[in-house]
Design a protein around this ligand. Sequence first.
Ligand SMILES: [Zn+2]
Ligand SMILES: [Zn+2]
Length: 255
Amino acid sequence: MIKLIGDYHTHTIYSSGFRKEGKHAIGTIRDNAEAALAKGLSEIAITEHGPGHYLYGVRKKRIPLMKSEIDRLNEEFIPKGLKILLGIESNLVGLDGTLDVDEKLLKYIDFLIMGYHYGATPKTLKDGIGLYVLNPISKIFHIGKEKAKELNTRAYIKALGKYPINMISHPGSKAVVDIVELAREANKYGTALEISAKHSQLSVESIKLLLDMDVIYMVNSDAHRPEDVGNVENGIRKAKEANLPLDRIKNIEIN
Ligand SMILES: [Zn+2]
Ligand SMILES: [Zn+2]
């Protein structure tokens, strides 16, 4: 039997940018925690989108408040067997590997995810063209795809050397990467690659390319509503289809 120990990628109403809460994800931290507890998880990370995303990033000033909310909730939930972590799904905003998190924010969090999402504000115009114009264009018109892949992979790898990144979310979704090269570097830093239950990546094909390499995997829901917390079946299915030995997935237990 496969048991999920922790879901390390979930969103709440705080992923709402400057819009009204609940526009991008619904449910509160407590709602996600209740759902995780009901599904028998031991840990859940609340990982809002990084503050650099104007449509659904967390507002920076919320971070200390979220931290105290989580501390309070942990007093109630830890005795019941669930620990809540504060995380963030940061955005890659620079070709030099800059993420939309600063030292101050990093001090508050327990779990740092690096992701890539259209709509994050790039560091400079050049970063914007490299990261946010080339990627969607190459996807639609199949031009500049190799260039985009090279820039993306290099930016991801630079970020690995700059920040204590615990996991890369849906690597290869939205921004093409050289998954073999990225996996090799990620492993040097002990950074996990996510098999997302929500997004296409890691895909069966990508996992197959990595079978002979040392890679740390995690499978998460990327829940945007409480009922999706802990739903990782789609990720497990992909892992099985790729013939990945399931004991290589860090956040599940097999017995
Ligand atoms: Zn994401
Ligand atoms: Zn997410």
